[in-house]
Design a protein around this ligand. Structure first.
Ligand SMILES: Nc1ncnc2c1ncn2[C@@H]1O[C@H](COP(=O)(O)OP(=O)(O)OP(=O)(O)O)[C@@H](O)[C@H]1O
Ligand SMILES: [Mg+2]
Length: 444
């Protein structure tokens, strides 16, 4: 049963509301002034408060502030005798969910209450999700005891409590995004947004509008105004992935924002501010790109206030056994499997293998082995290790479709025809796989 507290000095209103809410199945508490209202709030912690803005002792606004000080998430709907915009704006600013003007319209009030409950449920779910993320990205979940990784941990520790710009460099799959998230979710701003933008995946113009937003009509497809990532990130973190691929034109614009902290939407005239912490990442050698005239040196220095260098897996082989244990745990959890045993000869092979795709490649190989495992053992024949040693491409250059057809055939062969396993390995849905099998006549 949900409970509601009505704080109003008018006995008639208290009575009418109380009858209305009791009929709706609420447990109702009532108070005739601010002091009594606060007492009843503390005693009962009701799910909802209906608060008159004009009260004889502590006025409604002050009561609202005190309720919010006790419980930041308290749901309060203000009722006011006249349409006083100033007080209303003040009340909304102080955290009231909604305001209703007397004489009260019950339909309107019921709708406001329902909406308040829905929004609060959604907020709870969101904050739960953020907390889950925080757990997922604790420093403990970055595996590595090698000296190189210890240096990384030291650096992470030294940056979590400040907002310095960070540049993370490392080969593909070494954990750049993982580190960026660990920094964000361990910082005091962990419940602010973590926004990722992959700078290499989209065209220059699109990237510009993604970063800064655009106003309506800024270009042909700009049918409505949008916010850019610099704005959406708020007080959180903006993760600029693959920064090395940004054009020099856009680099200049980024430099300006990072230096001045202000920017304008594409086609806009209003100056906006950004407070976001910037973490940039690249797998390219930025020094070389600077020499080649492809990367602005001033931007490089601005980004790399702190520099984190992630070592490739081949330089920290001692971390591989612990990584295997950790990754198997993660994969089994995701796939609801129980493949945890690694025979000594398989472990030796995994440690000595040259992981060009680093931790990501190791994770993929283990996922492959877990999906295909018969019992609880990681079997050598289920590890796709040979592919990495020699070129996976045919010597003769052929159209993409042919490669796709042959590869799907190869995967289906490895899974002994299991389409469920094959679609998991290929990372496509079962219907998509079925369609491809039909299109390439692989069922024949
Ligand atoms: N030290 C580590 N401990 C545990 N897991 C790791 C570690 N490093 C990387 N991983 C895992 O490996 C995968 C790849 O990591 P991530 O996406 O952070 O790499 P990346 O450097 O951003 O790669 P890319 O350059 O390809 O984008 C992720 O699933 C990540 O969780
Ligand atoms: Mg990445």
């Amino acid at each position: 049963m949900k409970s509601i507290l009505i704080i109003d000095d008018d006995p008639l209103i208290r009575k009418t509301l109380s009858t209305h809410f009791s009929k709706d199945g609420f447990e109702v508490f009532m108070a005739e002034n601010g002091r009594e209202g606060l007492e009843k709030y503390e005693e009962n912690f009701p799910d909802m408060v209906i608060l008159d803005i004009r009260l004889p002792d502590i006025d409604g606004l002050e009561s609202l502030k005190r309720i919010k000080a006790k419980n930041r998430k308290a749901l309060v709907i203000i009722i006011t005798a006249y349409d006083d915009m100033k007080t209303t704006v003040e009340a909304i600013k102080s955290g009231a969910f909604e305001y209703l003007v007397k004489p009260l319209d019950f339909v309107e009030m019921d709708m406001a209450i329902e909406k308040a409950f829905q929004v609060s449920k959604l907020e709870e779910k969101l904050s739960y999700m953020v907390e889950e993320k925080q757990k997922e990205y604790t420093i403990d979940n970055i595996i590595g005891r090698s000296p190189a990784m210890r240096d990384v941990f030291k650096l992470i520790g030294s940056v979590v409590n400040n907002r310095a710009n960070i540049l993370i460099q490392g080969d593909s799959g070494t954990g750049k995004e993982l580190c960026a998230k660990a920094i964000h979710y361990n910082s005091p701003w962990w419940d602010e947004p973590f926004i990722v933008i992959n700078c290499s995946a989209i065209s220059d113009t699109l990237l510009e509008s993604e970063l800064f937003g655009h106003v309506k009509g800024a270009f042909t497809d700009a049918i409505c105004e949008t916010k850019g990532k610099f704005e959406i990130a708020g007080n959180g973190t903006l993760f600029l992935d693959e920064i090395g691929d940004v054009s020099t034109n856009l680099q200049s614009k980024m430099l300006r924002v990072i230096e001045s902290r202000d920017f304008m939407k594409v086609g806009g005239e209003k100056v906006l501010k950004t407070e976001a912490r910037i973490i940039a990442a690249t797998n390219q050698n930025l020094k070389k790109r600077i020499e080649d005239g492809l990367f602005r040196e001033d931007l490089y220095w601005r980004l790399k206030v702190v520099e984190v260098k992630l070592p490739p897996l081949r330089e920290r082989k001692e971390d591989i056994p612990a990584l295997i244990v950790y990754l198997l745990e993660k994969i089994n959890r995701e796939l609801r499997k129980n493949v945890r045993k690694v025979p000594a000869h398989v472990l030796k092979k995994l440690v000595s293998f040259s992981w060009k795709g680093n931790v990501r490649e190791l994770e993929n190989a283990l996922t492959h082995a877990v999906i295909l495992a018969k019992g609880d053992i990681v079997q050598e024949e289920n590890l796709p290790l040979d592919a990495g040693e020699k070129s996976p491409f045919p010597q003769k250059l052929v159209p993409l479709k042919e490669v796709e057809k042959n590869y799907i055939h190869h995967v289906l062969h490895s899974t002994k025809g299991s389409k469920t396993q094959a679609s998991q390995i290929l990372g496509i849905s079962r219907p998509t796989l079925d369609k491809k099998i039909r299109d390439y006549t692989l069922d024949k």
